[in-house]
Design a binder for this molecule. Structure first.
Ligand SMILES: NC(=O)c1ccc[n+]([C@@H]2O[C@H](COP(=O)([O-])OP(=O)(O)OC[C@H]3O[C@@H](n4cnc5c(N)ncnc54)[C@H](OP(=O)(O)O)[C@@H]3O)[C@@H](O)[C@H]2O)c1
Length: 248
């Protein structure tokens, strides 16, 4: 477990799924974690309670990142809690929707880009003044960004944008000692993801992976904790594929 003692962290979408596992993983390393949510307050409170039960420090923060000013509002709340130093920012909150090219509406497209691309972009912009030497930003990309899996063209494009964004942000923020990376999971079993719970979805997932089991959120959380730590001090501008060897 990487040592994150004394570090402050924000995990967007930390209330459930992969974000929950990331929040718990960072807390196990010793970080104080702000667990962000938009609608699932009870789930976010449960994550905070679990961290506190283990002796850690945590609090909830709320914002709808589909709103144009959602990232600005969230950043202001984060600054009011952590003060002058944010060591770890994980832009995990995201939405996906399976739909064919001809089914995709302008509203669907705009919504996915608002939550998955615009929000992390402006969250970094609004929080970079409190990030410092050795701070780390990790964003959630996806296998879909570089491989055609399912009917997810619009969603996949948002994750392609994340891969591009981390390179540019890493370049711009590197002079301040801030690292920016992405992790790209394959199919991960979460409460809301029904795909890996169907026989067909499970078979498809296993058939495209070198490793023959379905990924769990903690498989991603531990990698994010590593990237957030000093152990990853020479890694920046990268998208790390965490997908059990999918589509090799
Ligand atoms: N699961 C996979 O197989 C998979 C694979 C590759 C990449 N990913 C990426 O990994 C990340 C997490 O995925 P997941 O499967 O863990 O998702 P999930 O279980 O559906 O959880 C999504 C999280 O994002 C938050 N969120 C959703 N819409 C939001 C909005 N408009 N404003 C603010 N917060 C919002 C949710 O908050 P509430 O709980 O309050 O609703 C929740 O905490 C996403 O970026 C996703 O694209 C997932």
């Amino acid at each position: 477990m990487p040592n994150l003692t004394g570090k402050t962290a924000l995990v967007t979408g930390g209330s459930r799924g992969i974000g929950r596992a990331i929040a718990l993983s960072l807390a196990r390393g010793g970080a104080q974690v702000l667990v962000h949510y938009t609608s699932c307050e009870t789930e976010a409170e449960a994550v905070v309670a679990e961290i506190r039960k283990g002796g850690g420090r945590a609090a909830i923060v709320a914002a709808d990142l589909a709103d144009a000013m959602g990232p600005h509002k969230l950043a202001a709340e984060v600054r009011s809690i952590i003060g002058a130093r944010l060591d770890i920012m994980v832009a995990n909150a995201g939405e996906s929707k399976s739909m064919s090219l001809d089914e995709t509406s302008v509203e669907d497209f705009n919504h996915l880009f608002a939550v998955n691309v615009r929000a992390p972009f402006f969250l970094v912009q609004q929080l970079m003044s409190v990030m410092c030497k050795n701070s780390s930003v990790v964003m959630l990309s996806s296998l879909a960004a570089h491989s055609s899996v399912g009917s997810q063209s619009a969603y996949a494009a948002t994750k392609g944008a994340i891969d591009t964004m981390v390179k540019h942000f890493a370049s711009v923020l590197g002079e301040h000692g801030i690292r920016v990376n992405a992790v790209a999971p394959g199919a991960v079993e979460t409460d809301k993801s029904s795909f890996t719970k169907t026989d067909a979805g499970r078979q498809f997932t296993l058939s495209m992976q070198a490793l023959k089991r379905v990924a769990q959120p903690d498989d991603i959380g531990t990698v994010v904790a590593f990237l957030s730590s000093n152990d990853a001090r020479w890694i920046t501008g990268e998208t790390v594929h965490v997908d059990g060897g999918s589509q090799l």
